[in-house]
Ligand binder design. Structure first.
Ligand code: NAP
Length: 264
């Protein structure tokens, strides 16, 4: 039996890829849904399929989360005490060498990946605390750990998602509200094509399907994980990274300028 909190699940970016797969899997577990994205036709088609196949109530909110009005409309819906799960999945953008990316593109990427995710997290957590439970799932990326030429705004935005979500998870460690960061590696979606890019950037063998990613993410959520990296086979790699990170934090509190920076 599912251990996810009972109630409506809100999925942003539900019109394709990972978001659509979350919608399918959560409907399959009996959750009523609110699906959010810009493409009304895609959302309505998915909603009709899920109502028919799963018999759950599916609502649609057509909203551009880069736009203050679209974001405010989505935030307002999160105040409904029936909402038990938020999947902050909508994201992307800003890929390309910084000289070829406009300042407006960078701003749009940050509005979606950072500002919208942060405001919606904040709104959902207030609702969850008031109702005595809930689950926030934020979709980050392994790119949070990969500063990369051609991915400055995107990897930077996902580094925000990493630290923001892990910090929220620490604040809610005692429950009953749960917070999970999911970090996909390459996933076969419209992510690259929608930005005019080829997904040949990674070898075929590197990709998971959105369904594989979401099944692993929900397995992690049900197991109470705060960080889920579905394609990481050896979890001790993460443990070693964490140990090194903590060693780094311990070392930078030395109160001394490192010897290599001292003028002779
Ligand atoms: P996708 O198929 O392109 O889906 C992106 C979704 O976000 C779509 O539903 C899109 O819907 C929605 N969206 C985009 N801009 C929006 C906006 N301004 N307002 C509202 N919704 C918006 O890509 P995906 O791979 O499923 O991406 C989902 C998440 O996974 C993103 O956060 C991405 O960064 C992350 N991720 C993906 C990969 C990968 O390899 N695919 C790897 C790591 C992390 P509309 O266009 O209809 O608005």
């Amino acid at each position: 039996m599912s251990t996810l909190p009972k109630g409506r699940a809100v999925v942003t970016g539900a019109s394709s890829g990972i978001g659509a797969a979350f919608a399918e899997r959560l409907a399959g577990r009996g959750h009523p849904l609110l699906l959010v994205a810009r493409r009304a036709d895609r959302l309505e088609a998915l909603a009709a399929d899920l109502r028919g196949a799963q018999g759950v109530d599916v609502q649609v909110l057509v909203a551009d989360l880069e736009d203050p009005a679209g974001l405010a409309a989505t935030e307002a819906r999160l105040a409904d005490p029936d909402i038990a799960i938020l999947v902050n999945n909508a994201g992307g953008g800003g890929l390309g060498p910084s000289a070829a990316v406009s300042a407006d593109q960078i701003e749009r990427t940050l509005r979606l990946n950072v500002l919208a995710l942060a405001r919606l997290s904040h709104g959902a957590l207030a609702t969850f605390r008031a109702r005595g439970g809930g689950l926030l799932i934020n979709i980050g990326s392994v790119m949070a750990h990969a500063p990369s030429a051609g991915g400055a705004a995107y990897s930077g935005s996902k580094a925000f998602v990493l630290n923001f979500t892990r910090s929220l998870a620490m604040e809610h460690a005692e429950g009953p509200v749960r917070v999970q960061l999911v970090m996909p590696g390459p996933i076969r979606t419209e992510f690259f094509s929608s930005q005019g890019l080829s997904d040949a950037v990674f070898p075929d063998s590197a990709y998971l399907t959105p369904q594989q990613l979401v099944d692993a993410a929900l397995f992690g959520a049900e197991a109470g994980e705060t960080v889920t990296v579905p394609s990481l086979g050896d979890p001790t790699i993460w443990d070693r990274m964490e140990a090194e990170r903590q060693a780094f934090m311990g070392a930078v509190g030395s109160g001394q300028v490192a010897a290599r920076y001292r003028v002779a």
